[in-house]
Design a protein around this ligand. Structure first.
Ligand SMILES: Cc1cc2nc3c(=O)[nH]c(=O)nc-3n(C[C@H](O)[C@H](O)[C@H](O)COP(=O)(O)OP(=O)(O)OC[C@H]3O[C@@H](n4cnc5c(N)ncnc54)[C@H](O)[C@@H]3O)c2cc1C
Length: 468
């Protein structure tokens, strides 16, 4: 439905020329994300301030126009696709650092700042912000917060929920709200900061974030452990997590993934390996030898083929380049892939990997696994060719079985990519009816007219109401 004229007139008053697009050719690129789904918004605006975001939300409420927040569109589950069209608010131009305090270990930033720009700002002062998605160079802090996106470092340093002190937001109802604190302790009231983080833009627009910073470690060492089979690697992960030298990365790559990435990698990858673990330890230089020894002892089992410490910067770079090449390489190899980021308790990793192998055989489809093993967070890639009769249906059935397996193992359907559109129809298999009903009530409280990011994160509303 086209935007009503009075709405457009007022929108133009809030957003001067250059900060408002209404031409379809301009708007088109703001209607998609890395899920490859796309819906054309009626208008795209580029807020520069909290006040503009506030005026926009109030206007959308008045006219019941759908409003979707957007960072940089790198999300993989379609959470930023404007299903009901309306207005997309792209925060890419709100990218200022508002305040930095080394002594208090925090930084206050606008949501459009990229993760990389944030790291570049704080690094010379001896700090980093732990969330480190592979997309750091392109994705925004706002997107990281709304998705609770993380990366390898989460195993030691946590996710955005653990590294954010407070937020300034505009609720879907058009109210201003400051959630959280500027301190590292604080228990007054409910924790709205953690509620808003990971809410995928369905409750509020984030206009400012107070982020908790961590001092950069003095040094870091990268280790690799190669195993004859996946089961041996999975056993080692549990033992590594149970010893005192917490790794700052514990990444898992299965044998299929090693073979697949071999020709795109400059790393010296082992032949006939069943699985590889990339492990990093950080801290003071003098603490490194005992840390490495502790990890080496835990990694040892009868399936260990090789344990090596990277000695040069090139070796470290080649290993990380290999790890980061996995996802894009899959796109080159398979006509289509379903990429899930399921999580299970680390002790259940052997059962998960074994179960995935079994499902791969049963459905006759290759499954390639890698991911943040220290968190039990595995990227499960189901490869298929939609051009071959019956493969798409088999892939859907296999995905259903994968989710059942994960939930049986007391896991969760997504560790960092979020629910968006892709997983919303599976959510009620993980959350019980009471939880869903409470969440639905929270949504109504924050966004009574349902203007914000309609159709994301939960089963469709009628199913929600039915299940409550
Ligand atoms: C190559 C690649 C690698 C990736 N690697 C990882 C990884 O290692 N770990 C990981 O967790 N994820 C990864 N991702 C996916 C990840 O979700 C995103 O990269 C990132 O967090 C999204 O940021 P964005 O700025 O692109 O947000 P978008 O995709 O634009 O938006 C994501 C969500 O945030 C909401 N949003 C954005 N800004 C605001 C705001 N100001 N207020 C309220 N809501 C807002 C949107 O409505 C949407 O729901 C990867 C993606 C790609 C393409």
């Amino acid at each position: 439905m086209p935007l009503p004229n009075p709405f457009l007139t007022r929108l133009k008053e809030i957003f001067p020329p250059g900060s408002l697009y209404t031409e379809p050719a301009d708007c088109w690129v703001y209607g998609y994300d890395n899920s490859k789904r796309q819906v054309l918004p009626d208008a795209v605006v580029f807020p520069l301030s909290h006040e503009q975001a506030l005026a926009l939300t109030r206007l959308c409420n008045e006219h019941r126009v759908p409003l979707t927040a957007r960072g940089r569109g790198t999300g993989t589950t379609g959470a930023t696709v404007p299903l009901r069209q309306g207005v997309v608010a792209s925060f890419e131009r709100m990218e200022r650092v508002i305040e930095f305090s080394a002594d208090n270990r925090y930084i206050v930033v606008e949501p459009g700042l990229t993760n990389q720009a944030l790291q570049d700002f704080v690094r010379p002062h001896g700090f980093f912000w732990p969330p480190d998605p592979t997309s750091a160079a392109f994705c925004s802090v706002g997107g990281n917060l709304a998705y609770n996106s993380a990366g390898p470092r989460a195993v030691k340093y946590g996710t955005p929920r653990d590294n954010t002190l407070g937020l300034r937001v505009v609720t879907g109802a058009g109210e201003e709200l400051r959630a959280g604190v500027y301190t590292t302790k604080g228990v007054v009231g409910y924790d709205l900061t953690r509620l808003l983080i990971g809410s995928e833009g369905t409750l509020a627009l984030i206009t400012e974030a107070t982020l908790k910073l961590t001092p950069l470690p003095e040094t870091k060492r990268t280790l690799r452990a190669v195993y004859a089979d996946v089961a041996a690697a999975a056993r080692a992960i549990g033992r590594i997590m149970a010893q005192p030298a917490v790794p700052c990365a514990l990444e898992f790559i299965d044998g299929n993934a090693i073979e697949m990435v071999r020709r795109y990698s400059t790393a010296d990858l082992p032949e006939r390996a069943g699985a590889l673990l990339m492990i990093e330890a950080d801290g003071f230089a003098e603490a490194m030898p005992p840390q490495i020894e502790s990890i080496r002892a835990a990694a040892q089992n009868d399936g260990l083929l090789e344990f090596r410490i990277a000695e040069t910067a090139q070796e470290v770079e080649a290993l990380w380049q290999t790890r980061k090449a996995l996802s894009p390489t899959l796109r080159k190899i398979a006509p289509k892939k379903i990429n899930e980021d399921v999580v299970v308790p680390v002790t259940e990793l052997p059962a998960l990997i074994g179960g995935l192998d079994e499902l791969s055989r049963r459905h006759g489809l290759p499954i390639v696994n890698f991911g943040h093993a220290g968190n039990g967070n595995i990227h499960v890639n189901l490869l298929y060719d939609p051009g071959k009769p019956g493969e798409a249906e088999r892939a859907e059935a296999c995905l259903d079985d994968i989710f059942s397996l994960v939930l049986r193992l007391r896991g969760t359907l997504s560790g960092e990519h979020g629910v968006g559109i892709e997983k919303r129809d599976f959510v009620d298999r993980e959350l019980d009816a009471t939880a869903l009903s409470l969440m639905h009530a929270i949504k109504r409280q924050f966004d009574p007219n349902g203007i914000l990011n309609w159709g994301k994160g939960f089963p469709e509303e009628n199913r929600l109401v039915t299940s409550a």
